[in-house]
Structures are given as structure tokens and as C-alpha cells.
Design a protein around this ligand. Sequence first.
Ligand SMILES: [Zn+2]
Length: 216
Amino acid sequence: MEAINKHGEDDLNEVVDLIKRKIPEDQKRKFEGYAAEILTSLGMDLNTPSTSDTPRRFIQALIDATEGYDGDPKLLKTFHTECRGEPDCRLSQVIEGPIHFFSLCEHHVFPFFGDAYVGYIANENIIGISKLTRLVRLFAQRFAVQERIGQQVADTLEAILLPHGVAVYLEAHHLCVEMRGVRELAPFTRTTVWRGYYASDASLRYEFFTSCGLKR
Ligand SMILES: [Zn+2]
């Protein structure tokens, strides 16, 4: 099995599940009409200078907030390290975080937002640190559930880098919980994904959390 960067961009695009979205202008106008109808019946007065353009802004904001479906051309740039798997290399973690992210919950289309921490133990390939941020945002800027973002980040890192291990930790506030439902300021929702060495070695998980400044 080879790392995906040796194959190319098409393979990566398949791993990260892109949808090439095309929303024609006339369709957008139709959506704005639906939005106007919904907002009006909910109580918004669209006949004010402040709100007359709100249906258009609302539809455009939804499109912008979900642009993770469209992909990220700067994501695919991996390179080889000096490391060829010597024992000390295998156990050194690359950790990035906090990576701030914003997403829309697919159950309510309300935002959830927080921080992600991503770690991996390199095998032969490493990835530029900024790419970890891009990877998190690629999956967060969609309709999502928190657990799946972590799984997708881990799946993609495994496919690109064939690392010895991947760790992804996310903590987020979910507005669908806090603005409705129980209507309380809820604590963070926390999710973790452990792959490879992380799954079998508790000391690596501890080191990951400590390096992230998270005492758990
Ligand atoms: Zn929700």
C-alpha cells in the first residue's frame, strides 16, 4: 500500500468526499423566495432597510458556511521526511491545535463550533502543519456531526501519510442544544478518535493530551 500523495490529487479528492457544487443563479433566486416565505411566517418583517436583503444573505451565508464540499486546492502538498522509521522517529508525535472550527449540525442546521487537536506519529511521510488546519476545516465546513469530522480527518491522514498513528480530539459548543431544547449553556461536547499506536498505547494518548495543554 502506498501513500496517496504518490498517486495524486484525484485519489485525495475521492478520500475527502468532494461534491462539485453548482447552484445556478436562477435556483438561488428560488431559494431566496423560499427563505423569504419562511422568515416572514416566523415573524420577520422583510419590509425594512435592514431586512429586505436578508433572504439573499441567508442563502449566501449557508453556501459560504458549507464550502468544505467544494474542496481545498492547497491541501495536497505532502513531502518526505528524513525519517525512515528509526525507533525514535516512530514515537515522536506531530501535534497541532487548537484549530478553531465552525460547522453546521446536520440535524438542525444550527452552528456548532470549538477547537480541534490533531496528532500523528509519522512513518515516512509528513504533512505541512497548516494542512492539518485545512483538513479540519474542509470537513467542518459542511453539514456535519462532530464525531464524523474526527473520523474523516483520521481517515484522510491515514490515506495520505500511512502514519503509525493518528489522534483527533474535538470539543465544541452546539447551539442546537444551547439555543433550544434544554436551553442551557451546556459544557463542551468532546469526541476522540484514536488510530494505530494511539489505540493501543495509553501513554501516547496521555502525551497527546498533555502536549495539547489538556489535562485529562
Ligand atoms: Zn443539532
